[in-house]
Design a binder for this molecule. Sequence first.
Ligand code: CMP
Length: 141
Amino acid sequence: MAIERTFSIIKPDAVRKGVIGGCLAKIEEAGLKIVATKMIHMSQRQAEAFYAVHKKRPFYGELVEFMTSGPVVVSILEGDNAIAKYREVMGATNPAEAKEGTIRKAYGTNIGENAVHGSDAPETAADETGFFFGTAEVHQY
Ligand code: CMP
């Protein structure tokens, strides 16, 4: 499998709980390399655009409100099969259904406040990464 990149958000609930390090540890333990990372506080406009695909869903307003409720940590992760691997590390969207050892099982609260976001496909990974990062912010080591 070729080296791939994916995009990650450590959401406001996990930042408030003080588990940024816990989330990043699980990412690194899985063999994913953090090649860019920063803390940001999303504006309403950014969150609405980032989640535009969910605009028609009943939880859209709540989602935007939550994602702008505090700072988040956005990162670019790199590794073999990074998109699928990170989805495995995150666990099921609903923390109640997430497997033992996953980030959402350890740190998620409910389906809305579920600690982390990860891209679901190569196209979304590229789009989401471009939304928050410029090429100069990506590092190799
Ligand atoms: P994420 O991977 O960030 O992408 C869309 C988000 O919508 C998802 O994680 C969930 O946190 C959120 N979401 C999905 N279903 C619901 C729901 N029923 N109620 C509130 N939020 C939801």
